[in-house]
Design a protein around this ligand. Structure first.
Ligand code: UD1
Ligand code: CA
Length: 466
């Protein structure tokens, strides 16, 4: 027998009516990644992208754009007339392949190992159609598998929920929407599908009975873990899968030495890396391409997106980090806001209500309270006082602030950019700085205080009079 040559199809053309969303269902994210991307990534573990065909239709441009980096191919289904119709669209593309694996774009937790298992079983059973099945706690809404006999792999038919007879409503073995087909019998018989059903659609599921009637072998392979084939048809179902996925991620991190208190309250994306002995408190979000070193502590209510934290960083409560880099042993927060291109040096402190943007704060420098530091390059060992503001925007353009090593900026100073404070200079509190402060200089930029003795007492007396 010649070796099987598999193509893979992923059905993703449907609208997802039950989601009641403007966005195509397969583009909704769980675990920080679109449903469809989960399926594609699982498939690409064993199949080169030029053998993967994604059927698109509803919001096809957006769906195809989201997958562009993967190199998979696309087949358009301009009218969504059912899963059977979607597979009909694939016929020209998969010509020359002996077998076709079909997956659903909305069954996202499927594991590469299970994809391999159905492929292997299909070949071993020499079946025309192999159906991946499961027995979830609640089979409601899924198509059900009817075997020819309970202990046999052979399937007589798949019956959709709406077509179930009363006595079959509790049938427990569901169709996962994942199948392997031999292409010759599939396409020789697919023309027999008819849209005479509750949705007036061409159901791919009807191929089980059709192929069997044509004398072909149709078999089922049951997965041990039903959660990996659960579908995402509603927001509630999606959020259940999201929770399952994130708990997996948390467990993987904990297995690698990370302490996560109350992991069910944390939102951690699958790609996040965390070093051993780091502690994550409840209600923390770690998102996107985030990497956290060893021995860090991330306190509750902090949200860290696409950021890099070196070892030993303390992120106190309620910090927001977005595309930021933080050096070893730095301390942030509570309530620090590090916006994109913030670079915090080793051992630096960014305290409460300090916002940074496109700013480097050097090693050991401190901005402990109430500051805005934007478009600034700040050297090592600086002290940025409470309430210091870089005035980086003149209403039209952004301007840089340069601060050398060892500079002391007094509280409530405003630094009107572009401006330079040379190293070891000193800015007096409440100064408005518009010109260069030379090395080692003191700059004062404020009105002198005047004192009027007795003035307040006189005023009080006047006010007391009728
Ligand atoms: C389908 C199965 C059901 C199974 C369930 C598993 C059918 C008729 N039923 O039901 O037996 O238990 O999956 O999750 O197949 N799609 C297209 N073009 C279309 C219609 C759908 O590409 O014209 C795509 C959708 O985008 C989706 C997938 O096919 O990714 C499944 O479609 P969906 O409508 O969600 O089928 P279910 O009702 O869940
Ligand atoms: Ca579905």
């Amino acid at each position: 027998m010649e070796a099987s040559r598999f193509a893979v199809a992923i059905l993703a053309a449907g609208r997802g009516t039950r989601l009641k969303s403007k966005r195509a269902k397969v583009l909704h994210s769980i675990g920080g990644k679109p449903l469809l991307r989960h399926v594609v990534d699982a498939v690409l573990v064993s199949t080169p992208p030029e053998r993967v065909f994604v059927v698109t239709g509803h919001q096809a441009e957006a769906v195809e754009a989201a997958l562009a980096p993967t190199g998979v191919r696309f087949v358009r289904q301009t009218e969504q007339r059912g899963t059977g119709h979607a597979v009909q669209m694939l016929r020209p593309a998969v010509e020359g392949f002996s077998d076709l694996l079909v997956l659903s774009g909305d069954v996202p937790l499927i594991r590469p190992e299970t994809i391999e298992a159905i492929r292997g079983f299909h070949v071993e059973q020499a079946a025309a159609m192999t159906i991946l099945t499961a027995r979830p706690e609640n089979p409601f809404g899924y198509g059900r598998i009817f075997r020819t006999a309970p202990d046999r792999p052979d399937v007589a038919a798949i019956v959709e929920q709406k077509a179930l007879r009363d006595e079959d409503l509790h049938a427990g073995e569901i169709n996962s929407g994942i199948y392997a087909f031999r292409t010759v019998p599939l396409f020789a018989n697919i023309g027999r599908l008819s849209p005479e059903n509750a949705h007036a659609e061409y159901y791919l599921t009807d191929m089980a009975a059709i192929l069997r009637a044509a004398g072909e072998r149709v078999v089922a392979l049951e997965t041990a873990d039903a959660t990996e084939v659960l579908g995402a048809n509603t927001i509630a179902e999606m959020m259940q899968l999201d929770a399952a996925l994130r708990l997996n991620t948390a467990q993987r991190l904990m297995a690698n030495g990370v302490t996560i208190f109350r992991p069910e309250t944390c939102v951690i994306d699958a790609a996040v890396r965390v070093g051993a002995d780091t502690v994550i408190e409840p209600f923390v979000q770690l998102l996107g391409d985030t990497e956290i070193g060893e021995d860090c502590r991330i306190r509750s209510y902090s949200v860290i997106q696409d950021s890099r934290l070196a070892a030993g960083v303390l992120v106190r409560n309620h910090c927001v980090l977005d595309h930021a880099a933080v050096g070893e042993g730095a301390m942030l927060g509570p309530f620090a806001h590090l916006r994109p291109q913030s670079e915090i040096g080793r051992g630096a402190h960014v305290g409460n209500f300090v916002e940074t943007k496109k700013t480097r704060l050097g090693d050991g420098s401190k901005a402990n309270h109430l500051a805005y530091l934007g478009d600034a390059a700040i050297g090592d060992g600086c002290n940025i006082g409470a309430g210091v503001i870089t005035c980086n925007y003149d209403g039209a353009a952004k301007h840089p602030t340069q601060i050398g090593d060892g500079v002391f900026v007094g509280s409530n100073a405003t630094l009107v950019a572009p401006v330079t404070l040379e190293k070891n200079s000193y800015v007096a509190a409440a100064s408005c700085i518009t010109d260069t402060v030379p090395e080692d200089a003191l700059a004062l930029g404020r009105a002198r205080q005047t004192v009027k003795p007795g003035w307040a007492g006189e005023r009080r007396k006047k006010l007391r009079k009728p």
